[in-house]
Design a protein around this ligand. Structure first.
Ligand code: 1GP
Length: 250
């Protein structure tokens, strides 16, 4: 095993305890197959202060695709965290993995089945596992559809908070509220606020549909610790820049 460069949980938590908020740049190997585009996205997001790369997607992702993307990101010197849609999303070249259970899936495969298949691979590759409760909210997108989720409605923050609390009591150190990639609207502030009041020591990740400076600010001001953007970093350089500035207070 190569020497570990990052302990990702400590890296993230030390930033949070010093009062920083965190931005993850999400790259989907299925959507960003041209590696020269990866360099462009990485150059911009790294120069604006993104904190880590998240690599994964819901469909069309093979281990080979993930390997290539992860290897091409190494030169930027930031942690690379896997965000797997299935067992094929695990790469030995990454630093860590969001070891997720899709808590509001109706299919046990996405709650514990894939995790049982993936855990020995994660151990074999020596990846740092970040225990994560994954909750699909509102629109849900491909993640919600593929994961057979029953999305929590945007106007039911108390239900979202109950999921966050359950994840925390189950020992999950991260909770990811996911509106789905390309969601028409991000998760509303009221929903995030309610979730943040019960998150305890868990780290609250929010993503899906965040496209503007104002939306990113609102998500952070509502209590999210980490903001994830995928679509905007792939499609709109200027917006991506503004969003990272909103989070990193530049
Ligand atoms: C999707 O939360 C992420 O899993 C990011 O969503 O592509 O809409 O930024 P966007």
């Amino acid at each position: 095993m190569s020497e570990r460069k990052f302990w990702v949980d400590s890296y993230l938590r030390s930033k949070l305890s010093s009062g920083e908020k965190i931005h993850f740049t999400l790259l989907d190997p299925d959507k960003i197959s041209d590696l020269s585009k990866v360099d462009k996205v990485a150059e911009l997001t790294v120069s604006e202060g993104t904190d880590a790369f998240l690599v994964g997607g819901s469909i069309g992702v093979s281990e080979k695709d993930v390997d290539e993307l992860v290897v091409s990101l190494k030169k930027w010197g930031l942690p690379i965290i896997l965000f797997p849609g299935n067992v094929s999303g695990i790469s030995k070249y990454a630093d860590a993995i969001l070891f997720m259970s899709l808590l509001n899936s109706d299919d046990p495969y996405f709650i514990i089945g894939a995790q049982v298949l993936g855990a020995p691979i994660v151990a074999k590759y020596g990846l740092e596992a970040l225990p994560t409760g994954y909750v699909i909210v509102g629109y849900g997108g491909a993640a919600g559809y593929v994961g057979r989720a029953r999305p929590v409605p945007y106007d039911k923050p108390e239900l979202g908070a109950a999921y966050v609390l359950a994840a925390r009591f189950l020992g999950m150190r991260y909770v990811y509220l996911e509106a789905g990639s390309g969601a028409p609207e991000p998760i509303p502030p009221k929903f995030i606020k309610k979730a943040s009041t019960v998150k305890g020591d868990s780290v609250l990740i929010v993503g899906g549909g965040i496209r503007t400076y104002e939306q990113a600010k609102e998500v952070i001001n509502s209590g999210a610790d980490i903001v994830v953007t995928g679509t905007v970093v792939e499609e709109n350089t200027e917006k991506a820049r503004e969003i990272i500035r909103a989070i990193k207070k530049k």
